[in-house]
Design a protein around this ligand. Structure first.
Ligand code: ZN
Length: 127
């Protein structure tokens, strides 16, 4: 098996691989939003190809409930903007941490924005 790429796609692991002597070409069709059609190399039942395909399928599905941050097995898909700009798979604790961090960054951004506006006002009034 030649592994081309492993990545997170729509909150799950996605394996892109080729099998020697088997032409797969296209691994998946990904549509805007969250729909995706996944292609697996076909082989005869109980062949090495079908066992690899089943194994990949099993662990891609399992990754849907594994927290990408801490590895806990009670994760859920998180895609509520603006906190999550793309789909993440997080346990409730890591999701809460991410929301708290996001809110802190928003507050910090607002403070800097206010500081800059005040400096601009000062500069404008001294002209
Ligand atoms: Zn977690």
């Amino acid at each position: 098996m030649k592994l081309d790429q492993v990545k997170s796609k729509f909150g799950k692991l996605r394996w892109y691989y080729d099998l020697p002597g088997k032409e797969l070409g296209i691994h998946a069709f990904d549509f805007l939003g969250s729909r995706s059609i996944r292609m697996f190399p076909e082989g005869e039942k109980d062949s090495l190809e079908s066992m690899i395909a089943e194994c990949v399928k099993k662990y891609e599905a399992k990754s849907r409930t594994i927290c990408e941050h801490c590895g806990a097995d009670n994760a859920e898909l998180c895609n509520e903007p603006p906190v999550f700009r793309w789909i993440s798979t997080l346990c409730p604790s890591c999701k809460e941490e991410r929301i708290v961090l996001y809110n802190k960054k928003v507050e910090e951004h607002e403070r800097y924005k206010e500081k800059i506006l005040n400096l601009k006002k000062k500069a404008d009034s001294s002209d």
